[in-house]
Design a protein around this ligand. Structure first.
Ligand SMILES: [Zn+2]
Length: 157
């Protein structure tokens, strides 16, 4: 599965010259812990998190407080690769780019949501998505043989 299928595409971002107070209010209002910072062309130039705001009290703007060296992925990056990044780089969210343009963001919550929607057939291993398991497996026909998916080991593949 590609990250484009599970990312949040309505990304809230802030401009570089946004005041630290504006950033704090945006984080607060949308209950997120970090936001991409974009230039006038929608190109991501950094990421600003609640940590940046707390750690850099002398900063006045998003551009001053943001982290510039940001790990990002492309739309066709696999969800598994994103999971690996979130775990091993100890980050909470990864911006998704198309070229240089910000098109989405994928967070730990998006991966948790995906786990909650995935069911796997205990007979044939078929994966299905939905809020409830299918009554019968569409591949092998096993009746209600579905369990919530066991998380595969990190770093395989
Ligand atoms: Zn099956």
């Amino acid at each position: 599965m590609k990250v484009a299928e599970i990312m949040t595409s309505n990304v809230i971002s802030v401009p570089e010259d946004a005041s630290v107070r504006d950033v704090a209010q945006t984080l607060d209002r949308h209950r997120v812990s970090g936001l991409p910072v974009c230039d006038g062309d929608g190109h991501m130039v950094g990421l600003i998190s609640e940590f940046d705001l707390i750690a850099k009290p002398e900063a006045h703007t998003a551009g001053e407080a943001m982290t510039r060296d940001v790990i990002s992925v492309m739309e066709d990056t696999s969800v598994d690769e994103v999971r690996y990044l979130l775990v091993h780089r100890r980050i909470k969210r990864v911006p998704v780019l198309r070229g240089q343009k910000l098109v989405g963001i994928v967070s730990r919550a998006d991966l948790v949501h995906e786990i909650a929607l995935t069911w796997v057939c205990e007979v044939c291993g078929d994966h299905e998505r939905g809020t409830t398991p299918p009554a019968a497996c569409p591949r092998c026909g096993a009746p209600s043989g579905y369990a919530s998916v066991p998380t595969p080991p990190i770093g395989v593949a």
